[in-house]
Design a binder for this molecule. Structure first.
Ligand code: FPP
Length: 265
């Protein structure tokens, strides 16, 4: 893999710090399997190497002033993989939480999860839920692990929650099922109400979406939250993705002209 000389890192860093950096970066961490194959290793070794790069990137992102980083660690479709690979991925998640919790606390990193945790192994769920509580007051950067996450599933859960909230509000009334109550249940659902029920209700939308390994798809990742994200695709395989690659992606982001459907002033 070709790497920039180390001396160019501070230079690149100071250059990109002169312009606004993306507030929220989403990452589809792809290419672990191909990386492993190229090294003559098994796929799980690729995931292990992939997990190892997260820490450094988080530190760089935090230093640069990025406020949220969302990592697609396990999708709702990844259950189709062999059981051994699935369990290796959850073991890596457990190891990550166990080994990085103290560092997250020291570096003011708040752990958040997007996705349906009900279906993941109990042990992983307990570790994640505990780390969320232990880091909830941290303010510097949010690490949003997307685990058993898929936009379609998120939307299904959000719409269900919207209906549940409406029904609960009405059920609390003295005379719940009169005509006005039914009208209230059936009133138009606006995006604000849906947004309040999304996993990402408490973080801003994605500004920069990075996908590694040369694939050019969104694969059910943050489809609503990326409505106006700048997309950045790189051939680099995830285990090779380093802080310099992150800075290059941010540099590219800073060259884009974001109009959000409007026109240039
Ligand atoms: C895609 O690569 C990657 C994943 C499905 C999992 C991403 C997971 C990690 C980076 C490690 C997990 C770490 C933690 C801490 C949860 P692929 O396997 O589809 O690669 P390929 O397309 O080359 O086969």
């Amino acid at each position: 893999m070709s790497r920039e000389p180390a001396s160019s890192i501070p230079l690149l860093k100071s250059k990109i710090q002169k312009s606004p950096v993306p507030v929220h970066i989403g990452v589809i961490m792809d290419g672990n399997g191909r990386w492993a194959k190229k090294q003559g290793l098994n796929r799980n070794e690729g995931h292990r190497k992939g997990a190892q790069v997260i820490d450094g990137l988080l530190e760089t992102a935090s230093d640069l002033g990025v406020r949220v980083i969302s990592l697609y660690a396990f999708s709702t479709e990844n259950w189709k993989r062999p059981a051994t690979e699935i369990s290796a991925l959850f073991n890596l998640l457990d190891e990550f939480i166990l080994s990085k919790l103290e560092k997250m606390k020291a570096n003011s990193i708040r752990l958040k999860v997007s996705g349906n945790l009900k279906k993941i192994p109990k042990n992983s769920r307990q570790l994640v839920e505990n780390a969320i509580i232990e880091t909830e007051k941290n303010k510097k950067i949010v690490l949003n692990f997307c685990i058993n996450y898929g936009s379609m599933d998120e939307l299904e859960r959000a719409v269900t929650l919207v209906i549940q909230r409406r029904v609960e509000k009405i059920s609390a009334k003295k005379n719940p099922w009169d005509n006005s109550a039914i009208k209230n249940i059936l009133k138009k659902v606006d995006y604000k109400e849906i947004h309040s029920a999304l996993d990402t209700h408490d973080i801003p939308d994605v500004d920069l979406l990075i996908r590694t390994s040369g694939e050019m798809r969104l694969s059910n990742f943050m489809l609503l939250q990326s409505a106006y994200a700048e997309l950045y695709f790189t051939d680099t395989l995830w285990p090779d993705f380093s802080d310099i690659h992150l800075m290059q992606a941010i540099e590219e982001f800073q060259k884009r002209n974001r109009k959000f459907g409007g026109i240039d002033e």
